[in-house]
Ligand binder design. Sequence first.
Ligand SMILES: [Zn+2]
Length: 268
Amino acid sequence: MGISFDSRPNYPDRRAEFTRGVPRLLLDMTDVTPEQTRVLVVTAHPDDVDYGVAGSIARWTAEGIEVAYCIVTDGDAGGSDPSITRAEMAAQRREEQLKAASVVGVRQVEFLGYPDGRLTVSLELRRDISRVIRQFRPTRVITQNPIRDLRSMYGSHPDHTATGEATFCAVYPDARNEFAHPELVAAEGLAPHTVSEIWMLAPGGGDVTVDITDTFDRKMAALWAHVSQTAHLTDLEDRMRAWATAQAAAGNLPAGRLGESFVVLDTR
Ligand SMILES: [Zn+2]
């Protein structure tokens, strides 16, 4: 006899608690006030965070919320100039990501240094993300979709799905289980940490849409900071505006607004 999802007592359906299109926190999280909210973004390549969530981050940092980035690969397979070595490209992209972070008020950026284009969901990757979670101790982790979207080739880069899956594994069970990756406790003294919620990037529409109309210019400035990747994209602002308009519409924001969408999971 199977267990229906509707009847599992410990997993109430909390989707109704979100007002579609209204950016707000989990209002019944009595143990986490907005002032205590700490956001960690884990994405595969330098620039992923800015395409997906920089407008929301600019809002949150302005509200005093602490935000940190964990960038898994060096993006060393990016760009198309063969005269630049891959090591030089990796160094340049780290610099670009640091500038982009500062544009939206983020000072903490951790680079895990995995090679671009060869990422797999390894125990080492799960441990390395768990380490950053235990160090920064976020309440909210933002990451990429761990599942291939058969309607989005570019959104389903294998580094993105691997990053999403490894991050979900790090949030549960690894970071909260003292017996997972025991070296994190034994050698580094990093106590277990339970993340309260995952916000998964959902550009096709999600549960929550953050209104980024007022921070769209800073999102664009963050994207332009990735000079090696965006300087030649003359239509980038138009494409980003159209993309944000579609996400706002999917989230039922008023006409003319711009948005970034997420699927939100309670992970406590
Ligand atoms: Zn990417």
